[in-house]
Design a binder for this molecule. Structure first.
Ligand SMILES: Nc1nc2c(c(=O)[nH]1)N[C@H]1C(S)=C(S)[C@@H](COP(=O)(O)OP(=O)(O)OC[C@H]3O[C@@H](n4cnc5c(N)ncnc54)[C@H](O)[C@@H]3O)O[C@H]1N2
Ligand code: MOO
Length: 421
């Protein structure tokens, strides 16, 4: 007897279905990429500071480096005069002078230049008077004391050597690139992107660009799923629609499994006479992990394993497909990209209206969530039929309406998940 008949469904909650799929994943492989190609990729190793930053003691203002002790008693009545004896610009190497020089002179210095040994404070040029009578360095007049260490960035004050700065599993953005570039890294180890095949199934499906015949619709799901998967960090192979034919579906799944790490189908997964996906998956050698998920919409969503790969069969109804994509596929795909923050993050919010739609399963309704004073408010968007496609365009969240009862009431606390992450 088939293991995927309606009489023996392998039913799972959303979290169990995700766990089952994730437990079949292996650590993704890594590769080196040039720093400028690392945006939005996922770090495959931790990064420790290989040296201190800044790498030398440097001026943080344009002005004069002095030894603070020489101006301890400086005041307007008795200013201290200091001859400027040298100039150091950014990019020039570190210098040192005899202590006799540092005790009796100032150094003209610019932001980012190395502060020479023996000098312990930098005075902003705006705060001193200078006398210059020739092309020689001027004499400056200091009329108050300056604290030790002022306007000097000490070596290692940003980060000492050997500190763990970046963590494996982090998505690389501009701030991570800044850290890597500051240490002169030209390449970075990232996880390889997973390759995911998306196969839309259904006799009624037409590819955009072709005329729409009677009884047919355009394939929206494979484009929607492909777009989201790319956004999550996958490389997508989108198949043209496959008709409701067991052999063709099996052939498409088998060929997709040869080239992809994960295969996603949409449609043909329910109980109709021409819903062949689950049987075709079995014929292709896949073993079911779950063939029903306790959620509305998207109850028929199914997951299979085949060797070390996964096959995820999403519902054909666009809203149901979208829900399965966000709740079941998103964490699995993020985990495959190597991200450590792959789990969906559920937040608390308050319903602004009631929903009278009892369901034996948790219902994931489309919502618009916004901040009002101290809490998140959850507007339901209605028009919740799972066959609708335009209805979720304005949603920024899926809200969990608990099962049983008569739905949920205005003011009730509910949990929601952000769709923009
Ligand atoms: N007797 C029963 N019938 C149905 C049940 C049930 O339990 N008993 N479940 C219903 C539920 S719930 C869902 S969800 C759907 C799921 O059906 P399938 O996943 O098999 O999807 P299809 O039948 O192929 O298509 C459903 C619907 O979606 C349209 N579709 C399909 N693919 C696309 C696409 N790529 N782009 C846009 N729209 C698509 C398709 O034309 C249908 O209108 O089954 C219920 N039936
Ligand atoms: O599980 Mo279906 O998606 O409710 O229509």
């Amino acid at each position: 007897m088939s293991i995927v008949t309606a009489h023996h469904p392998l039913s799972a909650s959303v979290s169990i279905a995700v766990l089952k799929m994730i437990s079949h994943l292996q650590e993704p492989l890594s590769e080196m990429v040039p720093l400028e190609e690392a945006d939005s990729r996922v770090l495959a190793c931790d990064f420790e500071s290989p040296f201190s930053l800044p790498p030398f003691r440097r001026a943080a203002m344009d002005g004069y480096a002095i030894r603070s002790a020489v101006a301890l008693n400086a005041c307007q009545e008795q200013p201290v005069q200091l001859q400027v004896s040298d100039e150091i610009r950014s990019g020039q190497s570190e210098r040192s002078y005899d202590s006799a020089i540092s005790q009796s002179s100032a150094i003209r210095i610019f932001t980012g230049a190395p502060v020479p040994k023996g000098y312990d404070t930098v005075i902003m040029q705006e705060t001193v008077k200078q006398h210059k009578d020739s092309n020689a360095f001027p004499v400056i007049q200091i009329d108050r004391p300056y604290p030790h260490g002022q306007h000097i960035a000490e070596k290692g004050e940003d980060v000492p050597m050997g500190i763990q700065l970046l963590f494996r599993g982090t998505t690389i953005k501009a701030k991570e690139i800044a850290v890597l570039a500051s240490f002169g890294q030209t390449e970075v180890a990232v996880y390889r992107k997973p390759t995911i095949a998306v196969i839309p199934i259904g006799d009624e499906l037409t590819l955009p660009g072709h005329g729409l015949e009677s009884g047919r619709i355009y394939d929206a799901n494979s484009f929607m799923v492909g777009s989201r998967l790319r956004e999550l960090g996958a490389t997508v192979i989108r198949y043209a629609p496959v008709s409701d034919c067991m052999e063709k579906i099996e052939a498409a799944i088998s060929s997709a499994l040869d080239s992809a790490d994960l295969v996603v189908t949409t449609g043909g997964v329910s109980v109709g006479d021409y819903d062949y996906v689950k049987v075709a998956a079995e014929h292709a050698g896949a073993e079911p992990l779950f063939t029903k998920v306790a959620m509305r919409p998207g109850t028929p969503t199914s997951g299979f394993q085949i060797n070390s790969k996964l096959l995820v069969c999403l519902s054909g109804n666009p809203s149901a497909c979208f829900t399965g994509l966000e709740l079941l596929l998103r964490p699995v795909v993020l985990k495959m990209t190597g991200r450590s923050d792959y789990r969906s993050e559920w937040m608390e919010g308050r319903l602004t209206e009631s929903i009278k739609k009892p369901s034996p399963y948790p219902r994931y309704a489309r919502a618009f969530v916004y901040r009002a004073e101290k809490e998140w408010m959850v507007d339901l968007l209605g028009n919740d039929k799972s066959g609708n496609v335009a209805a979720f365009a304005s949603a920024n969240a899926l809200v969990l309406i608990p099962p049983g009862g008569s739905g949920a009431s205005i003011g009730q606390e509910v949990r929601w998940v952000n769709l923009s992450v």
